[in-house]
Design a protein around this ligand. Structure first.
Ligand code: 26Q
Length: 818
């Protein structure tokens, strides 16, 4: 890759040292001798920042001059992970910076450890947004990511007596060297009040008379492309009280009330909602959504576009990509700006709006489809509610024209639902307004089109499409797995990091015993490195020679951590009952990482049970240390970067038809783990690519799931019919993992026996059989390594660069800016 000649203050070891010391002295205000590790981290990060700054300004200038079409990615979440190593890598400064620190006698590891990762997302959706902006920068596509600068990110998880306890994630306590606040560019965002009509030169128009407002202050973050001298922008909004709040002090003399009002306004960007599946319909959440979307659209229209821009040409300049329904309130917002403020005719405004939005859906769970009660929405955003009603009226009119008075169809397609209360269906609004609607894996897109929104697919032929998710190989291969990256580059040369399909060239190396040996050594070294991390972080020990069996993702019943746990309990039960000699069990360490939504009682109980099983299994001498269950708390991006490269086995075991895509599955495959998985989400595509011989498939397919529901699913029948399953369930029910207290985990057991919405029991026997195939395969280490190499070689498709190319081709039509 052509890299512009490295110039600027930090581009030699000497220059880096000088700039570092200057930052330490003049920005931090400390001499090296009196500096803390945090001072040194800040000065170091600022030095990397200084290097990128010229390129950033140049890109901003270029984007202003060229006025090409760009993508505004609207996402309530960005799960960025640590920035330092990524930005060093993108700048090509890693070696220079390392040498510079050696020259200063500074331990660069100590300095790295200072960085607190910005956890501004829940899981897959937020991490996907972070991968996408990395890929766009690397491909030179102009892009702004817009979102919220939460003061508190996803909670820090701790365990007390095996139970999850949440702590606030105060990631900003010591500040962040990566953000650039721009208070001078703050925008006023309004809420509440009422609407009225008025006479505008003979035309009756509506307008919004808001009740209160807040300031949205932008904070910019650099998004550097990989070794291409490009830097895009991530702009996150922070809420601040407006002076109208101060005015109230002046007017009323009620100082306490005024301060309360300020706090109220600033609550909007205070905390990330930690629910990732069953949105609660909280007013503050809707405030967050409107706050960042209105600020972002306003910012783009007024600051990115030239002052004299002909607004009718907006679709030539921008596509607003909606990351799930969270930013969908942007649709009526753009309509309001165009109709009320820019005085466009409704039809013209609607034609523009329909070309400027596209919508990505990330779920299939009906309970996760976002709705807002008309009552709440009307109170908070009365003008937007009017606009939504009009959009719906005109849409249903068109539906009537096409199908006649098919009242059933009209009720089903209405953007306004009536039960259990009158509410706005945000996914429907997004589908009606969006130029395109996409799912995130082939199976998901197909189910979305045929099962979730079939009427819309019929009405809008060609609107539905698929873009299979991807992950950035820069972070999740190059940074997370330097050992493997070195090996790959040695074999096939450079270039694969920006053209991941080139990993195909590794296929031949799978047949090379020396390469296999080297590959296995890298895996072993990654396991030792993980061992060091877990020991230092949590006091946990990984035993030598164990298979590492890893399941990391949010805790949700549909993802079925319980299925994995039932397998552990089955193995444990057969050892302690003497049916299987411990010495005949293939040594395994099972690692879980998962946060539960704080209000999700069943998920929290499952966490408790995993910890309880671990406690018993890990300390029972009869197991002879051949089975271990580890659950490091607070799984996050930083830990993922250590865990994934060390894994032998990747657990992707959701009920078929429930996991939209999954992206962890891709990260594991690209790091040479084999997958045990159902035919769900992107697993389907992974299996097709890596081949059946290199993937452990089990469980019902989606049509089989449907068929079993149709026949009538009785989980107790599966319990009765499978001795292993009965023993495992009985062991849990007996209190064996709760000091004899049978009540603690009873709700889990009875839920599985009498409800089991996600069919854990139905897939149990197939899962256990697949795990036996895993055991058998793992015995032949060399054959396993060969399969692992083939997983890497055949997973190049899952680069987020490819996802971005698909979005560009199918949805955005925004070429790279050369
Ligand atoms: C919505 C409203 C109110 C409060 C919270 C939310 C909310 C927040 C986050 C709802 C959903 C989420 C996150 C969903 C998510 O991460 N989905 C995952 O997206 C991945 C990327 O496409 C997929 O790979 C996963 O399959 C999907 O579960």
């Amino acid at each position: 890759l052509a890299l512009a000649p490295v110039t600027g203050p930090a581009s030699s070891v000497d220059g880096f040292v000088r700039q570092f010391l200057r930052n330490l002295n003049y920005e931090r205000g400390v001499p090296l001798s009196a500096s803390t590790p945090n001072d040194r981290y800040f000065a170091f990060a600022m030095t990397v920042r200084d290097y990128l700054m010229a390129r950033w300004l140049e890109d901003l200038r270029r984007q202003r001059v060229v006025q090409a079409k760009g993508v505004c990615y609207l996402s309530a979440e960005y799960l960025l992970g640590r920035q330092l190593d990524n930005n060093l890598l993108a700048s090509g400064l890693t070696e220079i910076a390392t040498e510079a620190m050696v020259a200063c006698g500074i331990d660069i590891e100590e300095l790295r450890a200072q960085e607190v990762e910005p956890g501004l997302g829940n899981g897959g959706l937020g991490r996907l947004a972070a991968c996408f902006i990395d890929s766009l920068a690397t491909m030179g596509v102009p892009n702004i990511g817009y979102g919220i600068r939460y003061e508190y990110g996803i909670f820090r998880q701790t365990f007390v007596d095996g139970q999850q306890v949440e702590q606030p994630d105060a990631w900003l306590t010591l500040g962040s060297p990566w953000e650039f606040p721009h208070p001078e560019a703050a925008r006023r965002i309004s809420f509440g009040g009422h609407t009225e009509t008025y006479d505008d030169a003979g035309v009756t128009r509506s307008r919004w008379v808001p009740g209160w407002d807040v300031l949205a202050v932008p904070y910019n973050y650099m998004v550097p492309g990989y070794l291409n001298g490009r830097v895009n922008t991530l702009r996150l909004w922070s809420a601040k009280a407006t002076d109208s709040f101060d005015l109230r002090v002046f007017n009323s003399g009620d100082y306490e009330e005024a301060v309360r009002a300020q706090t109220f306004a600033e609550n909007i960007s205070k905390v990330l909602y930690p629910e990732d599946s069953t949105p609660q319909g909280k007013e503050l959440r809707l405030q967050q959504q409107y706050f960042f979307v209105a600020a972002s659209i306003g910012d783009f229209l007024e600051h990115t576009l030239p002052a004299d821009f002909d607004i009718h040409k907006l679709p030539d300049r921008v596509i607003f990509q909606l990351n799930d329904t969270h930013p969908v309130i942007g649709v009526p917002e753009l309509m309001r700006v165009l109709v009320d403020e820019r005085k466009l005719e409704w039809d013209a405004a609607w034609a523009i709006t329909q070309q400027c939005f596209a919508y990505t859906c990330h779920t299939l769970l009906p309970e996760a489809l976002e709705v807002w009660s008309v009552d709440l929405l009307g109170r908070l955003l009365p003008r937007h509610l009017e606009i939504i009603y009009r959009i719906n009226e005109e849409f249903l009119e068109a539906v009537r024209e096409r199908y006649g008075d098919d009242e059933m169809r009209i009720r089903n397609m209405s953007i306004i639902g009536e039960f259990p209360e009158r509410s706005v269906r945000m996914a429907y609004l997004a589908t009606v307004a969006g130029a395109k609607v996409n799912g995130v894996a082939e199976l998901h897109s197909q189910l979305l089109r045929d099962k979730v929104l079939p009427d819309f697919n019929d009405f809008f032929p060609g609107k539905f499409t698929n873009v299979t998710n991807g992950i950035t190989p820069r972070r999740f291969v190059r940074l997370a797995n330097p050992g493997l990256s070195g090996l790959i580059t040695e074999a096939i040369g450079t270039g694969w990091l920006t053209d991941l399909e080139r990993l195909r060239e590794l296929e031949a190396y799978a047949e090379d015993p020396q390469f296999r040996q080297a590959f296995a050594e890298v895996k072993a070294a990654n396991k030792r490195r993980l061992g060091d991390v877990l020991r230092a972080r949590d006091g946990l020990e990984i035993s030598d020679g164990h298979m590492l069996d890893v399941m990391v993702k949010r805790l949700h019943e549909y993802k079925r951590q319980m299925l994995k746990l039932l397998h552990v309990v089955t193995q444990y039960g057969s050892i302690v009952s003497g049916r299987v000699a411990a010495s005949d069990v293939l040594p395994r360490t099972v690692i879980f990482g998962a946060k539960a939504a704080p209000g999700y009682a069943m998920a929290k109980r499952i966490i408790h049970l995993i910890n309880a099983v671990g406690e018993v299994v890990n300390t029972d001498p009869r197991v002879e240390g051949r089975l271990k269950v580890l659950f490091p708390p607070n799984y996050n991006v930083t830990l993922a970067e250590r865990l994934i490269p060390a894994a032998d086995l990747s657990e992707q075991i959701s009920l078929a038809g429930k996991e939209a895509s999954g992206t962890g599955n891709m990260k594991f495959a690209l790091n040479g783990a084999l997958t045990i998985g159902t035919d769900d989400g992107a697993n389907v595509e992974i299996r097709q690519l890596v081949g059946d011989d290199n993937f452990f498939l089990f469980g019902m397919s989606e049509p089989e799931v449907e068929a079993l529901w149709a026949r009538g699913y009785k989980p107790a029948d599966f319990y009765q019919g499978d001795e292993n399953l009965r023993r495992a369930m009985d062991l849990i029910a007996s209190g064996a993992f709760s000091g004899g207290d049978r009540s603690v985990f009873e709700p889990i057991v009875s839920n599985l026996l009498y409800d089991d919405r996600f069919m854990v029991l139905a897939d149990y026997s197939s899962y256990v059989a697949a795990q036996e195939r895993v055991d058998a395969a793992y015995v032949d280490q060399d054959a396993w390594t060969r399969s692992a190499i083939l997983n890497v070689a055949r997973s190049g498709f899952f680069s987020s660069d490819r996802s971005m190319r698909d979005y560009i081709e199918r949805i955005w039509h925004t070429p790279p800016l050369l």
